[in-house]
Ligand binder design. Structure first.
Ligand code: SAH
Length: 261
């Protein structure tokens, strides 16, 4: 899969994408990446990409002309036109389902804003506008890296045999179940007995219940659309009805031990 970025800071991508799993994905040919510098599509001596907003107000906006010229030029290269993504806090919220959708595309161009954002007309080029969440970043580069990372790890072969994206948070509409490694007793905090039993069916049942409990407790907003049996749904409802709902911080690790069977 080919990812391209268009931004005024093209140098920020390589340190992340050349390391670890993203680096290996590039070496294996799973990820083909190129970072374009928006200033290459300017025509003045100062390579200007921004200008003051009409109507006044603070800061500078990205001018439409270099963005239009760059996106059209980049799109005309290669065999398939890219799916063009812009970033903005005004976009649709990004989630695992969006990552899944993008993972089926051959070529994605991620257009990163800076400053106070972009001239509104530039968004006419976008096939979709993505927001990472309800906060404001200084630029779209981090958003682009989040999208690339979350999509590439879904591509066949990217995670390798030792890891799998199958059972993780959000794949079944639930958070992931609690996981433990050695030692079985750490400073008095013990691992749930069932996980040491070697009974795989019992482990699977425990994990399912634990995932439902965690989701009901920490992300009750996910429960409505999760795929649950009537019995599981009533378990989730009971947890959500608990008056003193523990917060993630208050109930982490030790607090999860009682979960399940
Ligand atoms: N003035 C804009 C924010 C501009 S921030 C507003 O209030 O909506 C500059 C750039 O950072 C944006 O153009 C976008 O590319 C990126 N960015 C900032 N916050 C983001 C978010 N939550 N999700 C995705 N991209 C974001």
């Amino acid at each position: 899969m080919r990812f391209e970025t268009l931004s005024v800071f093209p140098e920020v991508f390589a340190p992340y994408l050349d390391a670890s799993i993203m680096g290996r994905a590039q070496r294996k040919g799973i990820l083909d990446f190129e970072a374009y510098d928006l200033r290459d599509w300017t025509h003045d001596r100062h390579r200007t990409v921004d200008d003051a907003p009409f109507g006044g107000g603070q800061g500078m906006l990205m001018k439409p002309a270099p963005i239009f010229e760059a996106v059209r030029d980049i799109a005309s290269r290669g065999d398939v036109p890219p799916h063009v993504v812009f970033f903005s806090p005004c976009g649709h919220p990004y989630d695992e389902a969006c990552a899944q959708e993008l993972s089926h595309m051959d070529r994605v161009l991620l257009v990163c804003g800076r400053y106070e954002g972009m001239d509104e007309r530039a968004y006419a080029l976008a096939d979709e506008v993505i927001s990472l969440g309800d906060y404001v970043l200084t630029g779209g580069e981090l958003a682009a890296l989040v999208v690339i990372d979350s999509v590439v790890r879904l591509l066949p072969g990217a995670l390798g045999d030792e890891m799998s994206a199958r059972d993780e948070s959000f794949t079944a509409g639930l958070l992931e179940y609690s996981q433990y490694t050695r030692p079985a007793d750490f400073e008095g905090m013990t691992v749930p007995e069932v996980l040491l039993s070697g009974d795989h069916a019992a482990v699977d049942r425990w994990r399912r219940v634990d995932a439902i409990e965690r989701t009901a407790r920490w992300r009750p907003d996910l429960i409505a659309s999760a795929d649950l049996s009537p019995q599981e749904r009533s378990l989730a409802a009971d947890i959500m009805a608990e008056s003193s709902r523990p917060t993630r911080a208050a109930s982490g690790v030790a607090g999860t031990q009682g979960g399940g069977e």
